[in-house]
Design a protein around this ligand. Structure first.
Ligand code: PXL
Length: 271
């Protein structure tokens, strides 16, 4: 059995965070493990306002010890880290355990959640984690933050951001969320391997139910790497996986809805 780990927040609503990661790992036939960094909750009495409760440092270290020392993982991803110690502990365990197949999803803010951004934490993530990443998977906003560009909203700006982020140490940069490019007619995501650019295009889906799409995509890339795929193939498969998942997006309530990653499996079972 191939083992894989996520270091991420718990999304109590189940669509994003480590819940999305574990569902994705399962679809790839892997054994998933999780170290919880923060617990995110949403308030139905206040317009689904997010709260984030950090898991204490000792408890996080203890989970990382269980996962990486006690078991071991062929690949790992990180998502919402939420605290400086979570960034530092992630660095420590990924480097100490020499996890080469590490995907950094530099989660900075949840969709629709107006919570205060923490630029210092983003800086720490860039300095400590980009140099370890086989693939970094920022969305357009995160790409702007990591690169220092004022705005990333055109394909040229995506390329420039990818170059800068690769310059900070990520071996590959996959900028996702190109569905939001100005004037987008396709969902265009961009992979940069330090030398060449490759575009991954899919039809724009008209859906609001995209909660957890970023988490799912980065988990799928990590899962592909765990299975031994080259980066390009892992990204191409992840793009297919998320596109299929989003085609079956559904509402949880009036505020939010995730994709349906299990469509991938039912396609195979029932075709
Ligand atoms: O989608 C970003 C995200 C990541 N991780 C956790 C989340 C969210 C958004 O809600 O709750 C734990």
């Amino acid at each position: 059995m191939i083992k894989i780990a996520t270091i991420a927040g718990s999304d109590a609503s189940g669509g994003a965070g480590l819940e999305a990661d574990l569902k994705t790992f399962e679809e790839y036939g892997l054994y998933g493990m999780a170290a919880v960094t923060v617990i995110a909750t949403m308030d139905p009495d206040h317009n689904w306002a997010h709260s984030v409760f950090p898991v204490e440092e000792k408890a996080l270290r203890s989970q990382l010890e269980t996962v990486f020392t006690g078991v071991g993982a062929a690949a790992a991803k990180s998502g919402m880290l939420g605290t400086f110690y979570a960034v530092e502990l992630t660095r420590e365990y990924i480097s100490r355990r020499q996890i080469r197949q590490y995907v950094l999803d530099p989660v900075m803010v949840c969709k629709g959640a107006g919570e205060a951004l923490n630029p210092e934490l983003n800086q720490a993530m860039a300095e400590k984690l980009l140099p370890l990443a086989e693939v970094a998977t920022p969305n357009l906003f995160e790409a702007a933050q990591l690169s220092g560009l004022a705005d990333v909203s055109t394909l040229d700006e995506m390329k420039e951001a990818a170059r800068i982020i690769a310059g900070k140490g990520a071996r590959n940069v996959f900028i996702k969320g190109g569905a939001k490019l100005s004037g987008a007619v396709q969902a265009v995501d961009l992979l940069y391997d330090g030398k060449n650019f490759e575009l991954f295009e899919s039809p724009l889906l008209k859906t609001s139910w995209t909660h957890g799409a970023g988490c799912t995509t980065s988990a799928a890339i990590a899962a592909g790497l765990a299975r031994g795929l080259p980066v390009k193939d892992a990204v191409a498969l992840a793009k297919k996986f998320i596109t299929r998942s989003l085609s079956g997006g559904f509402a949880l309530n009036q505020w939010v809805g995730p994709g349906n990653p299990s469509l991938w499996r039912s396609d195979r079972l029932y075709q």
